[in-house]
Design a protein around this ligand. Structure first.
Ligand code: PMP
Length: 340
């Protein structure tokens, strides 16, 4: 595989300057700050740290990388959009996505007028390698999006390294659910593959969806581009502060993950005993894709009991995606199902 970053980035961005601030991050009170047209009064009057220095230090420690390998987004959703905009010329370039997979890859591609080439997964939601080789021999796609564990199917993609190695452009491995998985993160492959971007999020296992923090991890060269072109103040001061505070509570987070995984097993057992259930797909995430005899009916019954689930029918025939909730919530799901 031959990968050249400068040739992969949209040409007009290579030499382009972006917005930068030079103000101090620490001890702001010691300085007179008249550089950003802020209001001198109020509790939230100052712009956040545009470089996310302290939060990045903590995230680097957690992910065992350097701060220079990181770029942060207002959720990983924002990073997916930014990745499209950094690498793909509208009306010209294309990206490859697995089907089924996380819908936002396609939505952001379309918003950016970028073509989408879909790679159809087999009945076990894996991609046949022959089919992949055939597809990449005919494509100029700039980016391959891989989601593992995959949303909405829940399974991990087999042999991720093979795909990263074989693709000539950027490979984004979206690991939104990796903390629930028994498998290793692909962050350990970063030194070997300069075309790799790993996406993580604080929204799932870390329990901070409301703070909107997505984490991009890549080579220092790629990360530098994103730090240059991301919206300068995309993570609010309060989000940065609260995320740091939460990330210090490592034991609590580990415990929550263990509770979710234990609940997941109980939910699986309960679902397996229900006569409406046809199949529970294998999951390395905090949710299950479940095939029912009649998914629309099940969705409706759960809805009537004030339980929201994600109906994937008809794309995934008779399937619902069900997140693992609190113990009493999962019990309620099983109770409603048993009454159908
Ligand atoms: N990637 C995947 C696979 C997801 O399922 C989600 C959220 N559903 C995201 C990215 C976006 O996460 P966030 O923007 O909250 O970081």
């Amino acid at each position: 595989m031959e990968f050249n970053l400068e040739k992969t980035i949209r040409p007009h961005l290579v030499g382009m300057k972006s917005y930068s601030t030079s103000r101090p991050v620490e001890n702001k009170n010691q300085f007179i700050l008249l550089d950003a047209n802020e209001n001198p009064f109020g509790n939230f009057n100052r712009y956040p740290d545009a470089e996310n220095v302290r939060l990045k230090q903590k995230l680097a420690e957690i992910n065992k990388v350097e701060t220079g390998n990181l770029f942060l987004g207002n959720g990983s959703d924002e990073l997916i959009d930014l990745i499209m905009r950094v690498f793909c010329d509208p009306g010209k370039d294309s990206v490859m996505v697995f089907n089924p997979s996380f819908v936002m890859y396609e939505i952001y591609a379309k918003m950016n007028n970028v073509q989408v080439e879909k790679l159809q997964l087999n009945s076990e939601f894996q991609l046949d390698k022959k089919e992949f080789e055939n597809a990449i021999s005919k494509t100029q796609a700039k980016i391959l999006f891989l989601c593992s564990p995959n949303n909405p199917t829940g399974n991990s993609v087999d042999d991720l390294e093979y795909f990263i190695q074989s693709f000539n452009g950027i490979v984004v491995v979206d690991e939104a659910y990796i903390e629930f998985s028994p498998l290793e993160s692909t962050v350990s492959l970063l030194n070997q593959y300069p075309n790799l971007i790993v996406l993580k999020t604080l929204s799932k296992a870390y329990g901070m969806a409301g703070l909107r923090i997505g984490v991009g991890i890549s080579s220092v060269e790629i990360a530098a581009f994103f730090n240059r072109f991301k919206p300068p103040y995309n993570i609010s001061s309060e989000s940065q502060r609260l995320a740091l505070e939460q990330l210090e509570k490592e034991d609590e987070q580990a415990e929550n993950i263990q509770t979710i995984l234990a609940e997941k097993e109980k939910l699986k057992k309960g679902l397996a005993e229900n006569k409406e259930v046809v199949k529970i797909y294998p999951s390395h995430a905090n949710f299950f894709l479940v095939e029912f005899k009649d998914a629309e009916k099940v969705y409706q019954k759960l809805h009537e009991a004030n339980i929201y689930t994600s109906l994937r029918h008809p794309q995934l025939k008779n399937c619902l995606r069900l997140s693992v909730g609190k113990p009493e919530e999962n019990l309620k799901v099983l109770n409603v199902l048993s009454e159908i």
